[in-house]
Ligand binder design. Structure first.
Ligand SMILES: [Zn+2]
Length: 112
């Protein structure tokens, strides 16, 4: 048997399960005990320089002139990058600049 977590509200040990919910009989607090464990991994959140969450398909603006390694050009400040895709690294997205698909660091981007 798995041990149930204590009530986060009053610390009671006498919690019990009711479906996906955990219930405390002492203060009647109900909460979902398993959700955090299941969702804590594999979630990568991409944020722009202002902390705004980025999603695939968003348009972002480059806020700094960036030398694109290997592509031989500079991605100019103010350039809009449309229809971005998210990389597995939370600090990177991919998008097309000058027709070339490049990796961009989210800290140099602002959501449009
Ligand atoms: Zn309680």
């Amino acid at each position: 048997m798995e041990e149930l977590p204590k009530c986060p509200k009053c610390g009671s040990e006498y919690t019990y399960e009711d479906g996906a919910l955990l219930i405390c009989p002492e203060c009647a607090h109900e909460w979902s005990g398993t959700q955090n464990e299941e969702n804590s991994e594999d979630i990568v959140v991409h944020r722009d320089t202002n902390g705004v969450i980025l999603s695939a398909g968003d348009t972002v603006t480059i806020i700094k002139d960036l030398n694109v390694k290997g592509a031989g050009f500079t991605a100019k400040r103010g350039t809009a990058v449309r229809n971005i895709s998210l990389a597995s690294n939370p600090e990177q997205i991919e998008g097309r600049v000058n027709g070339v698909k490049i990796v961009l660091l989210t800290c140099f981007l602002k959501k449009s």
